[in-house]
Design a protein around this ligand. Sequence first.
Ligand SMILES: Cc1cc2nc3c(=O)[nH]c(=O)nc-3n(C[C@H](O)[C@H](O)[C@H](O)COP(=O)(O)OP(=O)(O)OC[C@H]3O[C@@H](n4cnc5c(N)ncnc54)[C@H](O)[C@@H]3O)c2cc1C
Ligand code: FES
Length: 405
Amino acid sequence: MMRDQANFQPNPETAASRVTQPAFWGTLPARWNSDTDDTLVCCQIRQETHDVKSFFFRAPDERAFVFEPGQFVTLELEIDGEAVNRCYTISSPPTRPHTISITVKRVPGGKVSNWLHDSLQVGSTVRVLGPSGEFTCARHPARKYLFLSAGSGVTPLMSMTRAHHELGEDRDIVFVHSARTPDDIIFARELDLIASNQTRFRTAFVCERVGTRTNWPGVTGFLSLPLLKLIAPDFMEREIFTCGPAPYMKAVRDLLDEGGFERSHYHEESFSFDTIPDVAAQLTTAHVADALEGDVSFAVLREQAAGFSPATVEPEVAQTFTVSFAKSNRQIECGSGQHVLDAAKKAGVRLPASCTQGMCGTCKVKLVSGEVAMKHAGGIRQREIDQGMVLLCCSKPLTDLVVDK
Ligand SMILES: Cc1cc2nc3c(=O)[nH]c(=O)nc-3n(C[C@H](O)[C@H](O)[C@H](O)COP(=O)(O)OP(=O)(O)OC[C@H]3O[C@@H](n4cnc5c(N)ncnc54)[C@H](O)[C@@H]3O)c2cc1C
Ligand code: FES
């Protein structure tokens, strides 16, 4: 029987007793689908470091989460009466299907990360969309991996590492994580445990400074090519996955370029949509794959990848349509080859948007009348499409439009 989501209050005693119910383990739960069951319940919060917490969520009716390690979900929240969407990587592995966790670092002044840290509690419910994303080792099987991360960028690599560990695959993985100080290393103890369980899993922590730890035995400074050669002398033979702040990823690309690394074996994810061309560089489109074949530098590759970003594609203006914003009483012109969000931006109409790639759901609106051609990347549910919602960043008009904005 379907549980009434609005009245659902998890009872910690009941939750604990699930573990002792044979039926809970004896059956495979049905798959969670954000299209129909989008409200998840926070069932545990863990303090990972002084400014990082993991939040664990359970689906209604104990449904199972199915995703690829490295993928992310979008949280759709309402904070101070304002709708806000943010993406967070699933830090738990798909081998733990009963829950998912996200691991969030406080960003000074950041709206959502601080709200999650200060206000989300066990028993709170949140609307979640996804999972989405292409940054996953599942799509790039390799004998040897090199995982490079910095700060909260550890999360996708942690999900991939946990998945290999829990599947009992002693995969050859070198896990290099950069942090400000040893106290900022996220998942340090678990990574040590995995390293002690698996003969071919190695960690190396690179800290900017020692902080309060006077006895830090690890490396201090920044990742460099000579240091990488010391940590993983065979890095040229590895499939590399990188995630971290934009300057860190640029430094990694530069040092790999310097080392002559074959970029078709390089994958990265940015946590900032401002650097979306970098994300596009690892998309597996045929165009990017073609570019990857050639002898082009990372910078050129990113420029080429940027050319495939919907936000930067030159519009073919074969026909012009009128887009009316019902609430603000404004009208703009939009070419048939142009995304509505781009046309609105050009006309000075400010609309909420984040990824501009059809992934995050921030630009979702109700289409009052008209038709669009929409090419999204997971940022909208099928039932929302059926209800007439569209993502303006990846929708081109097929007729005059009226949107509820
Ligand atoms: C695919 C993906 C996966 C991600 N995974 C993770 C993850 O696993 N863990 C994680 O911690 N994060 C992750 N992120 C980042 C996350 O989505 C958020 O961007 C992050 O938590 C910050 O959000 P926020 O609302 O706290 O900050 P925001 O409110 O978005 O602010 C960000 C920064 O901008 C500044 N700022 C905000 N408004 C203004 C203004 N008006 N003027 C000037 N400055 C301003 C803030 O001070 C802050 O420094 C991921 C992002 C993506 C795209
Ligand atoms: S801005 Fe992210 S889906 Fe449109």
